[in-house]
Design a protein around this ligand. Structure first.
Ligand code: NAD
Length: 365
């Protein structure tokens, strides 16, 4: 338990006085996803950040220092560790030192480094979570809060699925649960790069993913195998969001109407549904502007955004669009996933409520 105090430059910092029974979380990789997961862990009463890793001294270390997160080196060798001190950062040790004081490690390293890191987590005997840049086969288990929280209870390790798969699951799982079966075709219109990336493209082209189907749809089946889904993907020159164009075939006798589908999603956690024309929010630029108004750090939008006036049920075929804030929709899922692995909350809805209300309190929302 702890209370929030204001750190330097308005960063909330949690002052703790009793950490007994609190889940100790290590963050390996303090980049786009890692720094957000660290903040979200820090917001919770039942867990704390025991350290974050950086590969070497860089401006990203300043954020860890401001937040009061102990800083560790990604590597264990003395030369790498000593470079932090030479650049004015206090480094508490290497990755092995961090793993020795944690209950669970959230791997936020760039995709495809998982196999190497997994062997380190296994040697440390620690619980582990990877992100969506890794394949399901690395852990044999994947996670999203609404689809398979219970399946992940007390597991040794898992993978939180990607931002796109998380987004698809948020709206498709409640539909599946209502209908009992679902066939889906969708196109991922993907942002080319995150806003902080300077070396990715395209900058003036639309780039189809020529691996057909793309991995996104089938990836949903790693958390909800009962949903029959395929996808195509194209990358477009924008940095702020992905848009999904989705066609779902509902089974006969589903009993839904366009209005009741909208009602269903209005009552679904972490889904925002708004009328684009009425609210003048017809593009991803305006969705992101609204996210900045909400006031979470970095202008994040943890929720999936569905345009109400883009939802239409024609016969048994449902059409809709949704927008995904790629850098942040997976963040609260990581928190629920920590509780699943640690076996501290078996009801995903309770965990979601705990996670989201703690994050709101943290940012004074
Ligand atoms: P990033 O490049 O922004 O951050 C990765 C961090 O890990 C960097 O600080 C890097 O220095 C550090 N790192 C490098 N090598 C490392 C190693 N061997 N061990 C530990 N850390 C190392 O990447 P990101 O966008 O945060 O992506 C992290 C994971 O999250 C990937 O699997 C990615 O696919 C997934 N993901 C990314 C997004 C997104 O939009 N950025 C969304 C969902 C999931």
């Amino acid at each position: 338990m702890g209370m929030l105090i204001e750190g330097s430059q308005g960063h909330p910092i949690k002052e703790r006085w009793n950490t007994v029974g609190v889940i100790k979380v290590a963050i390996n990789g303090f980049g786009t996803i890692g720094k957000r997961v660290a903040d979200a862990v820090d917001a919770q009463d039942d867990m704390e950040v025991v350290g974050v890793t950086k590969t070497g001294p860089s401006f990203g270390c300043d954020l860890a220092v401001k937040k009061g997160f102990p800083l560790y080196c990604t590597f264990d060798d003395e030369e790498s560790i000593s470079r932090f001190g030479m650049n004015g950062y206090e480094c508490s040790g290497g990755l092995s030192d961090l793993l020795s004081v944690a209950d669970v490690v959230v791997d936020c390293a760039p995709g495809k480094l998982g196999a190497d890191n997994l062997s380190k987590y296994k040697s440390a005997g620690i619980k582990y979570m990877f992100q969506g840049g890794e394949k399901h086969s690395l852990t044999g288990l994947s996670y999203t809060s609404s689809a398979n929280h219970v399946e992940n209870l007390n597991a040794q390790g898992t993978r939180v699925v990607s931002c796109n798969t998380t987004g698809l699951s948020r709206t498709l799982v409640p539909l599946f649960e209502h209908c009992g079966s679902l066939k889906v075709e969708c196109t991922m219109i993907r942002r080319a790069a995150d806003p902080g990336d300077s070396n990715r493209g395209p900058i003036n082209a639309i780039k189809p993913v020529l691996k057909v189907p793309s991995h996104h749809g089938p990836d949903v089946m790693t958390v909800k195998p009962e949903i029959e889904i395929n996808s195509l993907a194209v990358a477009v020159p924008t940095t702020i969001m992905h848009v999904h164009s989705i066609i779902a075939d509902l089974p006969p006798g589903h009993g839904l109407t366009t209005e009741s589908v909208i009602e269903l999603w209005s009552n679904t956690p972490r889904v925002i549904i708004m009328n684009g024309s009425e609210h003048r929010i017809t593009t991803t630029a305006e969705v992101m502007e609204m996210a900045r108004d909400i006031g979470r750090k970095w202008g994040d939008l943890h929720e999936i955004f569905v345009w109400e006036d883009g939802v239409k049920l024609v016969g048994d075929r449902l059409y809709y669009f949704q927008a995904i804030h790629q850098e942040s929709d997976v963040i609260p899922e990581n928190i629920d996933c920590i509780r699943a692995l640690m076996g501290t909350e078996s009801d995903w809805r309770k965990s979601v409520e705990m996670t989201d209300s703690a994050i709101s309190r943290y940012y004074g929302l």
